[in-house]
Structure formats: structure tokens, C-alpha cells
Design a protein around this ligand. Structure first.
Ligand code: CIZ
Ligand code: SF4
Length: 303
């Protein structure tokens, strides 16, 4: 049955001239049928440059919207319309406008985990894999960063001479992790490294051997020689980690780290949206053009 639906999707993909993009946090079956799997920076580059006329985006809404912002001429299908990002939902345009008015000299930087409307009010967008490189090129002394106070706090620590005004958003999946459960797991293992996503809070970042994005964590684990790794990010990354490193052990804390929204997309959803060309991302053109500037600045500055 699973093979049947996979074959049907691959057939439809050819017929419709479509490309399937999937984030590392998606379920393995979705990663398996994707033409490209990666973090949101990598996927945004593919969405910008691909030749196909249809993009099926398996991830959460801000990622599919970013694809549409970058490639307005392409049809972007988003198989599960209510797969949102609770962190992105924590930022709103009315409060952002107020904050910008209070700090007129500040550069406004948004994490890609934000709505198109929020991006439209920002100067530059960053991802967890590109943030430090981009911030090195910024001259402004004052920075408004939103919505993630944890990624923002992590960046601020690397630029102590700048003043950061941080929004109070966070990722529920990364925020709830407790230091004690990581240390307990560490004590039960030998030759172990703790790899942490910057969406975790400072207490967790402080016990990390490495801090980075999903692609950074995968690269670091692949290049390291340790036997055991505690992975402190959404567990979808384990699929790629284990595939690329069959002789290493990857551990997550007992309670797990799952983003329910990232797990919503099934093969049936992808099939249905391609078959009927439904769940298309449509954006207001004025807002898209403004948001496009923030994403283009990201690509330009991350080079
Ligand atoms: O940038 C992304 O794709 C996200 C949301 C996480 C990561 O580190 O890859
Ligand atoms: Fe949003 Fe967190 Fe899920 Fe990423 S893991 S999509 S930041 S809720």
C-alpha cells in the first residue's frame, strides 16, 4: 500500500512538473519521497532556483510561504493547511510596528520562522544556519530580533557590543526541555557529545558541546569521531543522522522532542494535494514584495 502511494506520487510529480521539498523534521516516509530534504535556508534556495513549475512543500506554513515569496510565478502547494509554527504565531504586526517606532534606528531582523506579514516589516531575515554569518555583516548598533528570544539571545551573546531588543517568542518543542534529563542521559553514556539547537534556552545551551541548526548538527555529528550523541532538537533529524552515520548512536531524552505540526503531513496528503492541485499558497502581492526584500537580503548576506 505504501509503495503504491509512493509510486502514484512519483508519477503525478512527473505529470505536473512538480518538485517535493521536505524539512528534516518531517516523517521518514515524506523525507523518502522528497527531491530535496534540508533546513529552511537550503530549501528556500531550491525553491528560488528550481526549474519545476510546481513546488509541494512538506514542512510548516512559514516555509511554504517563503517558497512562494521567492518564486511567485510557481504554484506552491502546501498539503496540510493547518500545519503552522506556534513560534511564528507569537509575533504580530501591530506590536512590531510599535516596537519599531520606539527604536527608529534599530535594524529589524526576523527569524525565518515568522509570517509573511511580519517579514514584510523586517530589514533582513535569518535562519538558524545563517544567522551568525549575516549578523557579522550588520553595522547597526541596535537590533530588534523576533520572534525567538532563545535564538536571539544566542546571537546577542556572540555580539556583546550591540544592543539587542528581543521579542518574547519561543518554540514550545525546544523550550520545554529540562537540563536534568539531558545530564542524566549523559551520565549513562560514554564518549558522548551533546548537540543543541539554538532554539533551546540558555541553561541548555550552556551544557552543549555544539550549538547549531539541524544542518549544523548533522554536519558536526558526521565529522566527529565520538560514538554517542545526545540530539537536542526535533527528533525528525534522527532519520538523516542515522542514515549518514550507521555506526554512531544517537539519543534523545526520554520524553522525546516532537513538533506536532511537523508531523501532520502524510503521504496521502501529498498525493491529494498534487492530484487535485489543491492547498495552494496565495499571498497578497504588496506584502509579498516587501517580504521578498528581507529574504533576498538573507540570501545576499549569507553568501
Ligand atoms: O531553519 C530551519 O530549518 C529550522 C526551523 C530549524 C533548523 O535548524 O533547521
Ligand atoms: Fe515551529 Fe518549533 Fe515546530 Fe520549528 S519545531 S516548526 S520552531 S514549533
Amino acid at each position: 500500500m505504501e509503495k503504491d502511494i509512493k509510486d502514484q506520487i512519483l508519477k503525478l510529480k512527473k505529470e505536473k512538473n512538480a518538485i517535493i521539498l521536505a524539512h528534516y523534521y518531517q516523517i521518514p516516509e515524506i523525507q523518502d519521497i522528497a527531491d530535496a530534504v534540508g533546513d529552511s535556508y537550503y530549501l528556500s534556495e531550491i525553491a528560488r532556483d528550481c526549474k519545476e513549475s510546481v513546488i509541494v512543500f512538506c514542512g510548516v506554513k512559514f516555509m511554504a510561504e517563503s517558497a512562494k515569496i521567492l518564486s511567485p510565478e510557481k504554484t506552491v502547494l502546501f498539503p496540510v493547511l493547518d500545519a503552522g509554527c506556534p513560534m511564528a504565531d507569537m509575533a504580530n504586526t501591530a506590536d512590531l510596528i510599535k516596537l519599531k517606532n520606539q527604536h527608529p534606528k534599530a535594524l529589524t531582523v526576523c527569524y525565518i520562522n515568522s509570517s509573511t506579514e511580519v517579514k514584510a516589516l523586517c530589514d533582513v531575515c535569518v535562519t538558524s544556519s545563517s544567522a551568525l554569518k549575516i549578523m557579522k555583516k550588520v553595522d547597526n548598533q541596535e537590533i530588534i530580533f523576533l520572534p525567538d528570544r532563545n535564538l536571539g539571545g544566542y546571537i546577542a551573546e556572540q555580539f556583546p557590543d550591540k544592543k539587542f531588543i528581543l521579542w518574547e517568542g519561543f518554540c514550545p518543542t525546544h523550550e520545554k526541555i529540562e537540563k536534568e534529563s539531558i545530564l542524566k542521559l549523559k551520565n549513562s553514556l560514554e564518549d558522548v557529545k551533546i548537540l543543541v539547537h539554538p532554539e533551546c534556552n540558555k541553561e541548555i545551551r550552556n551544557i552543549a558541546d555544539y550549538i547549531g541548526s539541524t544542518s549544523g548538527i548533522i554536519k558536526h555529528a558526521t565529522e566527529s569521531t565520538n560514538k554517542n550523541y545526545i540530539i537536542v532538537t526535533e527528533e525528525g533529524v534522527l532519520y538523516e543522522l542515522k542514515k549518514s552515520n550507521p555506526n554512531k548512536n544517537f539519543h534523545v531524552i526520554d520524553s522525546g522532542m516532537i513538533c506536532n505540526n511537523m508531523k501532520k503531513t502524510t503521504l496521502e496528503d501529498v498525493y491529494g494535494s498534487l492530484l487535485n492541485m489543491q492547498n495552494e499558497i496565495i499571498l497578497d502581492e504588496d506584502t509579498r514584495i516587501k517580504a521578498h526584500r528581507a529574504l533576498m537580503n538573507m540570501h545576499e548576506m549569507a553568501r
